[in-house]
Design a protein around this ligand. Structure first.
Ligand code: ADP
Length: 567
């Protein structure tokens, strides 16, 4: 501001100075010329009188003091000249001042000399004898006059600059001070700024519009954030430089960055190289769909460029957690392979026996053995198929099954009694324990559950305890009510313990997997399918129940299922 005012003042001052200079010099120059001519007239009259009285001797010893005096006869020849030898001078009859003096008695003229820098002023007078006396003097040209004045002009310019600077700072302060004091938050309330009134009104109306737009944008942002926040998928919006415009909670957790990285460059913020490559490629206009592993989870990343006016203005990146889906697919593949494998063995056996019988290769006394094998294998297949159907029902959704209040002790009692024949066959004793008194079963043992699943838990655990026991061993099943002082939660705990062969520690973590067996041949021998504990695991999960396994090889196994009571 000060600079602009200073420049304006200087420009005006310079223009004024130049105009004054031209005017003053013009006037001065004319004035000096007039004064000089007047002086010259007097000098000419004096010289004329001198020559009239003394003739040529007048010039002897004459101190001309810068003047040049020329005496010219009637024919124009120079009789005497104070500066040049008359013999070297040309005829002067045609000189303007001489001509005029001859005509009217007195003549004057002003001429530029050869140098152009100087002007000569001439004054001539006709004397009584017809000769003409001429006096001339040199006059400075206007340029010389200017150079003569250059020093004062320089001082004037310096003074002018100083004054302009001072004035500029004063004026700018005067102009800026009220502007600085303007209350732009309330533009219409400013006083003493009449000149700025239209400007203030404009600011006021624009501020109103901005406020409305701000509220509108705020609302949209809130809506957008509310929608994206609750999304389980990660959403990330980038501008064309890769700066974060928006990132939802899920995306920030997946990428391990703060939710408040808006404005920062994602390529700098994120440490996941593979993701950075995807984002970079999307910003370059590529559509990317890729599954990458981040923190031991699989994410499908869909990255798309965003176009505005045919130019890439940013990118949108979506993250889908496909870990479970991938695992489920993997499990399904393994399951199918296992099922085919498990079915193949009894089918081969059945087909082999049937072929032998069909071709009458079997001796009549052995026929029973073969048909019995066919029956056993068919039974095994049926058990297997039943287990598979049961598991796939659980997979499809045990949660949808009908829940009811069930007493775990009652279910255990029913199930255990259905296995008593099997226990007897295996020479294993079965004991159902209950506290405090078995006949006085209270609601403490009840849970909100699915009767069929609870029954299958008791059945499979008890059956395993019988199957993997030793002759003369025992199985005890207990149902207890427990209360946790810390969490104030109630539990119904089912425990199935046996005195059987036990499970080696390295197998304990895996026996709940489908088709996993510690000793495959032993399992088959006792009619196992490898699916019993998987069914237990799924059924327990459907009740939010926790399974704990304790087993010592040769010392027996104890499996505890802890059901949250009343839920
Ligand atoms: P299976 O039909 O083979 O019994 P399960 O899923 O019920 O299949 O059990 C998986 C494996 O765990 C069994 O093959 C067996 O090796 C082992 N197992 C399960 N329960 C017991 C137990 N009470 N004692 C010893 N081993 C057991």
């Amino acid at each position: 501001m000060t600079k602009r005012i200073f420049r304006a003042i200087i420009t005006v001052a310079m223009v004024v100075l130049l105009a004054c200079l031209v005017l003053v010099m013009g006037v001065l120059y004319n004035y000096f010329t007039d004064v000089q001519l007047e002086q010259l007239r007097i000098e000419t009259t004096l010289a004329g009188q001198g020559v009239t009285n003394e003739g040529e001797s007048y010039f002897e010893g004459l101190d001309v003091r810068g003047y040049r005096i020329t005496w010219i006869d009637q024919e124009g020849d120079v009789l005497y000249d104070t500066s040049i030898n008359p013999g070297d001078m040309e005829n002067h009859l045609e000189r303007e001042e001489v001509k005029e003096a001859i005509d009217v008695g007195f003549g004057e003229s002003v001429r530029f000399s050869n140098t152009l820098m100087k002007r000569s002023v001439y004054s001539a007078q006709l004397l009584g004898d017809g000769t003409v006396i001429r006096v001339s003097d040199e006059q400075n040209s206007i340029i010389q006059l200017f150079f003569g004045m250059i020093q004062p002009i320089f001082f004037v310019i310096i003074a002018m600059l100083a004054i302009a600077l001072f004035m500029a700072s004063k004026v700018s302060k005067l102009v800026v001070a009220p502007l600085n004091n303007l209350d732009l938050d309330n533009p219409l309330e400013n006083e003493n700024v009449d000149e700025l009134a239209p400007f203030m009104r404009r600011i006021h109306s624009q501020q109103r519009q901005l406020r409305i737009q701000e509220i509108e944008l705020g609302k949209r942002k809130e809506e957008f954030e509310a929608v994206t926040k609750s999304m389980s998928e990660g959403l990330l919006l980038l501008n064309r430089d890769g700066d974060v415009l928006s990132i939802n909670k899920a995306a920030s957790e997946i990428l391990g960055v703060s939710e408040f990285v808006a404005g920062k460059n994602i390529l700098v913020v994120s440490r996941i190289l593979e993701f950075r490559k995807i984002a970079q490629a999307a910003l370059e206009g590529n559509i990317i769909e890729r599954i990458i592993e981040i923190n031991e989870r699989d994410y499908q990343i869909d990255a798309n460029p965003i176009y505005a006016n045919d130019e890439i203005s940013g990118a949108v990146v979506l993250f889908f957690d496909v870990t479970e889906k991938n695992q489920a697919e993997q499990m399904r593949r393994e399951f199918t392979a296992n099922v085919s494998h498990e079915l193949k063995t009894p089918l081969h056996s059945i087909s082999g026996c049937a072929e032998l019988l069909l071709n009458d290769i079997v001796k009549p006394e052995d026929t029973k053995q073969f048909t019995s094998q066919i029956y056993t294998e068919a039974q095994r297949m049926m058990t297997l198929v039943n287990d598979i159907i049961y598991l796939s029902q659980l997979d499809e959704g045990a949660l949808d099954m009908k829940r009811e209040r069930i007493n775990v002790y009652d279910v255990a009692k029913e199930t255990v009694s259905s296995l008593s024949a099997e226990a007897e066959k295996a020479s294993v004793t079965l004991d159902l324990l209950c506290e405090p008194v078995c006949d006085n079963i209270t609601d403490e043992y009840s849970i909100n559950g699915i009767r069929r699943l609870v029954s299958s838990i008791v059945y499979n655990l008890t059956e395993n305890a019988i199957k993997y026991n030793r002759e003369g061993g025992s199985v005890s099943i207990s149902v207890n009510a427990e209360y946790d002082d810390k969490t104030y939660e109630k539990y119904v705990v089912l425990t199935v313990s046996d005195t059987g062969i036990g499970i080696p520690p390295e197998h304990q973590a895996r026996i709940f997997e489908r088709f996993y067996r510690v000793d495959k041949s032993h399992s088959k021998e006792v009619g196992g399918t490898g699916l019993g504990l998987s069914i237990v695991k799924h059924a327990a999960k459907a009740h939010n129940a926790e399974i704990t396994l304790n087993s010592v090889v040769g010392g027996g196994t104890s499996v505890e299922v802890r059901f949250p009571a009343g839920k």
